[in-house]
Write a protein that binds this ligand. Structure first.
Ligand code: ATP
Ligand code: MG
Length: 390
C-alpha cells in the first residue's frame, strides 16, 4: 500500500476532440508545480496520480496542488491493486480511527471489476461496521465518507473525506494564451490576476510607478504580490516596471489638473498595448470594477480604452462587489499585502476634483497640450523586467 495524491479535473471533461491538449497542459503544469519534490506525476484515465514522494512533504505538495488552475479536487489516498481483499484491508485501515457516522461511496470506472459500485459500498460498509464499533451508518448526512475509486488502470484509490480537498477549478494556465495585466499594489488587480489564471491565461504584469514621487517600497509591495500570485500562474511571473512620472509632471505643468488621472490612464493603456503587441500577448487585463471610483465610471473607462487600437481589454471584476473581491483576496492570501499603506502612482498629483464623466473631445484637447507620444516613447524605452518565481 502506498500513499499517493489523486487529482481530478473538472471542466476539461466537457472538451471534445481537443481534450488531449488540455490534459497535456494540465499535466505539464502539475509537473512544474511539483518539480522540487522529486515525485512522479502520471496520467491515468480521467485522473492524475502523484506518487513516489517523501511523506514528510505531503502537506506542501497538497498546498501546491491547491493552487493549480484546472484541478477540480485532490485527495491524499491509499492505492492498492483492484482486488477485493486488498480493498477490504485498506478500507479498514483508513477508517479505524474514526468515530460517529459514515457512509461508503464507490466510483467504479473499471466496468470489468466483479462487483457493482452499490455492491462494493454495501460490502465494505458492512465490513467496517463489524470492525469499528464507534461507527454507525448515516446515508444522508454522514460525518465521514469513505471514497473508493476503482480505476481502469486496475488500481483502487481509497480515502476518507477529510483527505479530500477542493481545487480552484477552471482551465489550466496557458490553455487560453498569454495576457498582460495592469498590476497595481491594490486589492483588485491581484484578484483579477487570479481570476484570469483560473480561466487558463498565463499572465505577465506591468506596474506603473512614479519614482521619485513614489518610493521603492511601493514597487517592492507589487513584487511581493507577484510572489504570492506566481504559483497560480504556473510558478513564475514576468513583471515589467514602467516609470510614468514624466507623464504626470507634464500634465501637472500644462493641463487642467482635473484630467490628470484620465490622461495618465490613457498613457498606461497605450504603453500596455505597445508591450502586448511587441511580446505577442493577446489581451490586456485590469482590476477595474464598474462604479467603484471616479476612474471607473463607464464614461471614464470608455475614454481611456479609446486609446487601445486592437487588443481586447478584459476586466474580470467588472461586476463584483468589493466584499466579494475582498473574500477572494483573503482566500488567495493577497489581502494583507494589498492593504499595506504604500502610495500608488495614481495618488501623486491627485486632483481635488477629478472628472468622473470625461468627454473624449475635452480629454483630447487637454492631452494636445503635451507631447504625450514622445513622453511615452521615453517611458517605454526605460521599462525594466523582473522575473518573480514562487
Ligand atoms: P486596485 O485595487 O487593483 O489598485 P483600484 O480600486 O485601486 O484597483 P484604480 O486605481 O482605479 O482602482 O485602478 C484600476 C485598475 O487599473 C487596477 O485594478 C489596475 O489594473 C490598473 N492600475 C491602477 N494603478 C496601476 C499601477 N500603478 N500600475 C499598474 N496598473 C494599475
Ligand atoms: Mg489602485
Amino acid at each position: 500500500m502506498e500513499k499517493v495524491i489523486l487529482i481530478k479535473y473538472g471542466e476539461i471533461y466537457l472538451k471534445g476532440k481537443n481534450r488531449k491538449f488540455f490534459e497535456k497542459t494540465l499535466e505539464n503544469n502539475i509537473k512544474n508545480a511539483l518539480n522540487e519534490f522529486n515525485c512522479v506525476v502520471s496520467r491515468i484515465p480521467g485522473r492524475y496520480e502523484v506518487s513516489g514522494f517523501d511523506p514528510k512533504f505531503s502537506s506542501k505538495i497538497l498546498s501546491a496542488v491547491g493552487k493549480i488552475a484546472g484541478v477540480f479536487s485532490f485527495s491524499l489516498a491509499s492505492v492498492v491493486d483492484s482486488e477485493l481483499e486488498q480493498i477490504e484491508n485498506i478500507s479498514i485501515v483508513e477508517t479505524e480511527d474514526l468515530d460517529g457516522t459514515f457512509k461508503v461511496v464507490t466510483n467504479r470506472a473499471d466496468k470489468t471489476f466483479l462487483k457493482s459500485s452499490m455492491e462494493i459500498s454495501r460490502h465494505i460498509g458492512g465490513l467496517i461496521l463489524s470492525k469499528n464499533k464507534s461507527l454507525s451508518v448515516d446515508i444522508h448526512e454522514p460525518e465521514h465518507i469513505l471514497n473508493i475509486d476503482v480505476r481502469e488502470n486496475k488500481k483502487t484509490y481509497v480515502y476518507v473525506s477529510s483527505n479530500d480537498h477542493k481545487g480552484i477549478g477552471g482551465m489550466p494556465v496557458c490553455s487560453s494564451g498569454h495576457g498582460l495585466i495592469l498590476l497595481s499594489g491594490g486589492i483588485d488587480s491581484p484578484v483579477a490576476f487570479f481570476m484570469m489564471n483560473k480561466r487558463g491565461v498565463k499572465l505577465h504584469a506591468i506596474h506603473f510607478h512614479s519614482f521619485p514621487y513614489t518610493s521603492n517600497l511601493a514597487k517592492e509591495k507589487v513584487l511581493d504580490l507577484a510572489k504570492i500570485l506566481a504559483p497560480f500562474n504556473g510558478g513564475e511571473i514576468g513583471v515589467y516596471l514602467c516609470n510614468v512620472a514624466k507623464v504626470q509632471e507634464a500634465v501637472h505643468e500644462n493641463c487642467n489638473p482635473d484630467y490628470m488621472i484620465t490622461i495618465l490612464r490613457r498613457a498606461m493603456f497605450k504603453i500596455a498595448e505597445r508591450l502586448s503587441k511587441d511580446k505577442n500577448y493577446s489581451m490586456i487585463v485590469t482590476g477595474e470594477n464598474l462604479g467603484q471610483v471616479a476612474s471607473q465610471t463607464i464614461e471614464s473607462m470608455t475614454v481611456v480604452e479609446n486609446v487601445v487600437e486592437s487588443t481586447p481589454i478584459l476586466r474580470p471584476l467588472v461586476a463584483f462587489d468589493k466584499t466579494e473581491i475582498i473574500d477572494i483576496a483573503r482566500r488567495i492570501d493577497t489581502f494583507e499585502t494589498s492593504i499595506k499603506p504604500f502610495e500608488d502612482c495614481c495618488t501623486v498629483f491627485l486632483p481635488d476634483s477629478p472628472v468622473t464623466k470625461p468627454r473624449l473631445e475635452k480629454v483630447v484637447f487637454e492631452e494636445a497640450k503635451i507631447d504625450l507620444e514622445k513622453i511615452i516613447d521615453e517611458a517605454y524605452a526605460g521599462i525594466e523586467r523582473i522575473i518573480i518565481k514562487s
